[in-house]
Design a protein around this ligand. Structure first.
Ligand code: C2E
Ligand code: MG
Ligand code: MG
Ligand code: MG
Length: 286
């Protein structure tokens, strides 16, 4: 009886795996085509100073709209792109495009201090990753200190020496580095203390938590840790004025989230920036 049951569940298991593999292969084909056919684009989410309301940056976020108009979230297709290696060329394109947008904003006199770009561990492990970043900067004419690379906490643990070496090079170049989704991985504190990074991004989960009985405890711990380490802090996922106030009062410097703006297409940036600056200059606070 036990044997039969095992065989049964084994059959189901393989069948489901088969479907999953076929489904992934199919999605992968679509993703390759989408990249070739310019169906991938970037959306930009503003980052602001929580005290002064000043616009300080944008984070570039990858978007995929299928021919049928369906939006596929990056969390669904980036793992796929990482698995197939497409992330290398895709990531280089993201870098170049985000840098180019920043230069366009500079030429219009609208640019904030920095453009944040998410970088996958697979990209970071590429031996020529620094060259790819240098090329993106050179080709677009963006100065290094206007670029910030967002690297998830898990990257920092994978291949420590290589990581430290690359980070030092970026530091020398003037490229800024933020640790993304901070608090969701398992960084060792002594290691974190050594890393030449500029900023910790408090994960959206801990901002959400402010509304629960847990309250802002974790966000507060991360803020205090960051300050002790001499790092700047930015919170993601600010959705309410209450979030904004709580985070600002605990000493978190910057934030982004739907309260300020959802990620927007490049064509909407100029109007949004002018509007934000106008509201800020005339003293209207949100
Ligand atoms: P992330 O880097 O932590 O980006 C923040 C995510 O939170 C974004 O989701 C953003 O749209 C969302 N978000 C921002 N504010 C709010 C808010 O107030 N409420 C809610 N509910 N969500 C908010 P998105 O765009 O779906 O991206 C998901 C993840 O995909 C990113 O997380 C990042 O890890 C990855 N990703 C996006 N673009 C790229 C890329 O170009 N390269 C790589 N390697 N990863 C990317
Ligand atoms: Mg990010
Ligand atoms: Mg994040
Ligand atoms: Mg996050």
């Amino acid at each position: 009886r036990t044997k039969g049951h095992q065989r049964g569940s084994h059959t189901i298991f393989t069948r489901e795996m088969g479907i999953e593999i076929r489904e992934r292969a199919r999605l992968m084909q679509h993703l390759h085509k989408a990249f070739d056919a310019d169906r991938l684009f970037l959306a930009y989410q503003p980052q602001v100073d929580l005290n002064s309301h000043r616009l300080i940056g944008f984070e570039a976020l990858l978007r995929w709209r299928t021919d049928e108009g369906l939006m596929i979230p990056p969390n669904d297709f980036i793992p796929l792109a990482e698995h197939s290696g497409l992330i290398i060329s895709l990531g280089a394109w993201v870098l170049r495009t985000a840098c180019h947008t920043m230069v366009q904003l500079q030429q219009a006199g609208l640019a904030p201090e920095r453009m944040g770009v998410n970088v996958s561990v697979i990209q970071f492990r590429q031996p020529d990753f620094i060259k790819i970043v240098e090329t993106a900067l050179r080709d677009t004419g963006l100065q290094a200190h206007h670029l910030e690379l967002e690297i998830t906490e898990s990257v920092t643990m994978a291949g420590a020496e290589l990581f430290e070496e690359s980070l030092s090079k970026f530091k020398q170049m003037g490229v800024q580095v933020a640790i993304d989704d901070f608090g969701t991985g398992f960084s060792s504190l002594s290691y974190l203390d050594k890393l030449p990074v500029d900023r910790l991004k408090i994960d959206r989960a801990f901002v959400n938590q402010i509304d629960t009985p847990e309250g802002p405890r974790i966000a507060e711990l991360i803020t205090q840790l960051g300050k002790k380490l001499g790092l700047l802090l930015i919170a993601e996922g600010i959705e309410t004025e209450h979030h904004w106030q709580v985070l600002r009062d605990m000493g978190c410097h910057e934030g982004q989230g739907f309260l300020i703006a959802k990620p927007m297409i490049e064509a909407d940036l100029a109007d949004w920036i002018r509007n934000w600056n106008k509201q800020h200059i005339s003293g209207i606070n949100i």
